[in-house]
Design a binder for this molecule. Structure first.
Ligand SMILES: [Cu+2]
Length: 104
């Protein structure tokens, strides 16, 4: 009986350690903050618009191809990164806005 509880406890503990993390990237003063981010496979990134005008988030990368569309201040979009590699992220409205997400 005790060994079952021990095994169950270990399983629950390992599940905690392998849980995906959520990172937040702001869009502030026409810049992604931070401009570089390193995450693990399965982690999510929440992109939040902190400016008083619309921003977009997209990537043409092979590792993760996406376009979150345009959204106003206070709104956010969440992306899950399943594969390892380097992802270039941009804003279609402001070409100077760029960031790099490295998925390990
Ligand atoms: Cu923008």
């Amino acid at each position: 009986m005790q060994i079952r509880i021990l095994i169950l406890s270990l399983l629950m503990l390992s599940a905690c350690f392998t849980q995906a993390a959520e990172f937040t990237v702001g869009q502030t003063n026409k810049a992604f903050t931070p401009t570089t981010l390193t995450i693990k496979k399965g982690d999510t990134v929440k992109f939040i618009n902190n400016d008083a005008f619309f921003h977009n988030v997209f990537s043409l990368s092979d590792v993760k191809f996406f376009d979150l569309g345009s959204f106003p201040k206070g709104e956010f979009k969440i992306v899950t990164f399943e594969d390892a590699g380097v992802v270039d992220v941009e804003c279609a409205i402001h070409p100077e806005m760029k960031m790099i997400i490295t998925v390990k």
